[in-house]
Write a protein that binds this ligand. Structure first.
Ligand code: DHK
Length: 148
């Protein structure tokens, strides 16, 4: 069974103490546990990097072996053509996730490049959004796999 990839961008390794009024106090380790629970029997690959090229590398891994992608590109959402170009090659469903409602924040956070290729975007649900995203991907993948 092909895995769901959950890919996290820069500074998300600091969740728990990073601007808790915006991102809450849930750690990335706790979020990974939420994703594993939401994934059920579907295997999960959970990654985080502060480096753009590493994120591109994991998208390539997903292209080769993944069923779906949940990605929180964090600050790279608004700047990275490289991540956008990699995601364009992915054949399956993509859920873009932001813990905060980026549209209610400063102008610099309003235009995500990744949204141009994402199947769906979740923003503002807090850390619980990761579980919602993984469960939604499971459904989308299963629906794609249903016999015609
Ligand atoms: C996380 C970040 O690090 C910011 O750069 C984004 C996103 C918002 C989030 O809400 O998860 O703008």
């Amino acid at each position: 069974m092909k895995p769901i990839f959950v890919i996290n961008g820069p500074n998300l390794n600091r969740l728990g103490t990073r601007e808790p009024t915006i991102y809450g106090k849930t750690t990335l380790t706790e979020i990974e546990a939420m994703c594993l629970e939401a994934a059920g029997e579907r295997p999960l690959r959970f990654h985080q990097s502060n480096f753009e090229g590493e994120i591109v590398h994991w998208v390539h891994d997903a292209i080769d072996e993944g069923a779906g992608i949940v990605i929180n590109p964090a600050g790279f959402s608004f700047t990275s053509i490289a991540i956008l170009d990699a995601l364009k090659m992915f054949p399956g469903p993509i859920v873009e996730l932001h813990i905060s409602n980026i549209h209610r924040r400063e102008e610099i956070y309003h235009k995500s490049l990744v949204s141009k290729v994402a199947t769906a975007v979740i923003a503002g649900l807090g850390p619980r959004g990761y579980g919602v995203a993984v469960r939604a991907l499971r459904d989308m993948i299963d629906e794609q796999m249903e016999p015609a």
